[in-house]
Design a protein around this ligand. Sequence first.
Ligand SMILES: C[S@@+](CC[C@H](N)C(=O)[O-])C[C@H]1O[C@@H](n2cnc3c(N)ncnc32)[C@H](O)[C@@H]1O
Length: 347
Amino acid sequence: MPTTTHIPVLLKETVDALSIQPGGRYIDCTAGSGGHAEAVLEHAAPGGQLIGIDADPDAAAIARARLARFGGAALIVNDNFANLEAICLKNDFEPVNGILFDLGLSSMQLSESGHGFSFKHGAPLDMRFGPGQKTSAADIVNKYSEAELARIIFEFGEETRSRQIAHLIVRARPIRTTDELANLIERAVPGRGRIHPATKTFQALRIAVNQELEHLESALYQAVNLLGHEGRLVVISYHSLEDRIVKNFMRGEAAACICPPGLPQCVCHHQPRLRLVHKQVVAPSLAEEKANPRSRSAKMRVAERIIGNEEWQETAQRLSQLAGNETSGWKHPDKLRMIFGATLNLN
Ligand SMILES: C[S@@+](CC[C@H](N)C(=O)[O-])C[C@H]1O[C@@H](n2cnc3c(N)ncnc32)[C@H](O)[C@@H]1O
């Protein structure tokens, strides 16, 4: 069993933001050690259900054990949230009332696992969430060209000394462990402020290994498809690259018009699918930051699903086509009610 515990960040704010209803259906795309998921299930009782997803098999096992007391109301899936829609369709779990992403890594992954995510603990240079992934951090560090390494470190780490670090890496390889890489960077690149000089390079490698930004973009899009009317999308991010993606995605989906600037009139006829619940990010209180320093960089964004007239009509057509199909989840009256509210006569 892990000796470190992960303290869920912005826990009360997350529960409030999801606007949890008894009997509702929720998805935790980053189950981790199950802290947020447990609170969601407690507030959704009686009758609430949750699918928790985690790409790391160790994290999925921890969440599964923690949520065992909820019986069949909790299903933990060891998979990448890039497969969100497929996971929900397979489990006949849509539409849902709320979806949570608490991005990044858990305290256990940073402090204990052999994944090699942290420069603070000696481990093989791996950084994959699970054994199914092909490319490890060692593959990138030891096989990629200097130019490609510099690009990754600059783009995914926002490291201004990316070329210098890439040059050092190429001269020193093969590099097999987190210690070797961290020491190499520390010896040659002076630290700035409180952060370790290898911090940004490690972030960049982890993002590249796990294709984190592509998967996030794809999963956000899928999440909106799965939300029922007034369902909530809640995303907690921990660095600016993730937050920018979330911000742009939510703003784009909430915009009434996405025409390029300068057109005399709107030609896009964009249908907003989200409403921003807060105009600004929700950040932890000073008390939370003090109690849990890991929460310091957290930013939470919240949006609510809206289903406009056109989309309602399209969905109605789809439903009538599916009406004879016994395997379709859309046939269930409770699911129809979630989308159409009181306006649909289901009898
Ligand atoms: C910050 S932790 C979540 C902690 C959790 N909210 C809790 O209360 O314990 C983030 C988790 O997301 C998982 N994760 C990160 N990217 C993922 C992805 N693309 N697909 C599935 N899980 C992912 C990590 O393995 C990690 O366990």
